[in-house]
Design a protein around this ligand. Sequence first.
Ligand code: TYD
Length: 140
Amino acid sequence: MTQRNGFVREIQLPQIHDPRGDLTFVEGGNHIPFQIARVYYLYNVPVDSERGGHAHRELEQVVFALSGSFRMKIDDGTTKSEYWLRDPRKGLCISKMVWREMDAFSQGAVCMVLASHRYDEADYFRNYDDFLKALESETK
Ligand code: TYD
């Protein structure tokens, strides 16, 4: 883990390099700060696609660019930041209650996400104002 910024941090995975190619692995209970309940990936993404546009009540995720690159825009309700993912060894760990948007996908980009829970639509905030209101009520 190399960097912290509010509710987001970078996770660096090991790389085994040899003349046949590079190998990176992820171990549950070691590299990822939660039990992995789900893995999903985005592929065949049009370069002008905008994804995300939501926050989660409980879900934590680590996002990787396995191939190509894309931008993650992060907003914890107070501070906005952006990250370019382009290294398959480096994951972006995103806490719960963080608004995220993804764009600027390169041709052929593949995004893999490790998630702390199975899919549950009830865990999503898909409306930004609802997300902000929930954050405000948390801090009251
Ligand atoms: P969504 O999370 O909105 O994708 P993104 O954040 O990449 O834009 O999910 C898109 C659709 O896929 C939505 O209908 C929910 C569905 N979905 C599942 O059924 N299971 C999953 O694990 C995920 C991530 C999404």
